[in-house]
Design a protein around this ligand. Structure first.
Ligand SMILES: Nc1ncnc2c1ncn2[C@@H]1O[C@H](COP(=O)(O)OP(=O)(O)OP(=O)(O)O)[C@@H](O)[C@H]1O
Ligand SMILES: [Mg+2]
Length: 234
């Protein structure tokens, strides 16, 4: 098992935002779905070791995450922010993308991922001046080039045009057998696009479904506030 949580609960601002989450996550693609405010970002941040105050346990490769050092976590887990601009700290796109390689002191980075996501023309730009889609591409590249075992991608398809969606799907499909990839989204159409091995449905901080997409009932999505796929076809 790559990630295992046991009765994981997180309280923010005086209320439980995650409630007794039990997950066993292996290699493959997992789609974390839930309406706005259901707790997706909080769950991904906690699994990424960014929220250290939690109840229960999170084991990554058999080790409790709160006992791991920041650099150890970063070499195992790549976390991509929902809002790309949050992660930007460097003055240029080139430095922003290469920061992770510097921090992890890696000799190798995935050039194919970099070329797929970012055009060299924007390398000298200030990341904060990028358009939403450009920023999303840079933010994805600045994590994924380190080729970690686990990728936690918070709404990674947001802001991207169809070329961007295709490029990101290509990368995910290329790596789906060698990694654990958790993708969060509010959109059910991703069930068809991503063809995930498993879907996790989150509602008000609780898991309402964890299993193969074929056994996910559309009514269950709707009763948990997620617009099911048929809504878009009405
Ligand atoms: N630091 C915080 N303090 C208080 N409440 C918080 C904090 N961070 C998040 N919350 C609340 O926790 C709940 C879950 O938030 P979270 O960002 O995890 O949801 P989400 O499923 O990612 O939503 P979205 O689809 O809008 O991105 C929300 O009600 C949010 O307002
Ligand atoms: Mg979110």
């Amino acid at each position: 098992m790559i990630i295992k949580t046991k009765d994981l609960s997180v309280s923010l601002g005086g209320r439980y935002v995650l409630k007794k989450i039990n997950l066993e996550i292996d290699k493959g693609v997992y789609l974390l779905i839930g309406r706005n405010g259901s707790g997706k970002t909080t769950l991904l941040k906690t699994l990424a070791g960014l929220i250290r105050e939690y109840e229960g346990s999170i084991e990554v490769m058999g080790r409790e995450i709160r006992e791991m050092k920041r650099r150890e976590i970063s070499s195992l887990i790549g976390y991509v922010w929902q809002n790309p601009y949050y992660g930007f700290i460097e003055p240029s796109v080139r430095e922003e993308i290469m920061l992770i390689i510097k921090i992890l002191r890696k000799k190798y980075y995935d050039e194919k991922i970099l070329r797929t996501l970012v055009s060299e023309e924007i390398f000298s730009r200030d990341p904060l001046t990028l358009s939403g889609g450009e920023a999303k591409r840079v933010s994805l590249a600045s994590v994924l080039i380190a080729d970690q075992l686990i990728w936690l991608l918070d709404e990674p398809f947001d802001f991207l045009d169809l070329w961007g969606i295709k490029d990101l799907l290509k990368i995910i499909f290329m790596k789906r057998y060698e990694k654990t990839i958790i993708v969060s989204s509010v959109n059910t159409y991703l069930i068809n696009l991503l063809n995930p091995d498993k879907v996790i449905l989150l509602s008000d901080g609780e898991i309402k479904f964890f299993g193969e997409p074929e056994s996910l009932d559309e009514d269950l999505l709707e009763t948990n506030g997620v617009p099911p796929r048929r809504v878009i076809c009405r």
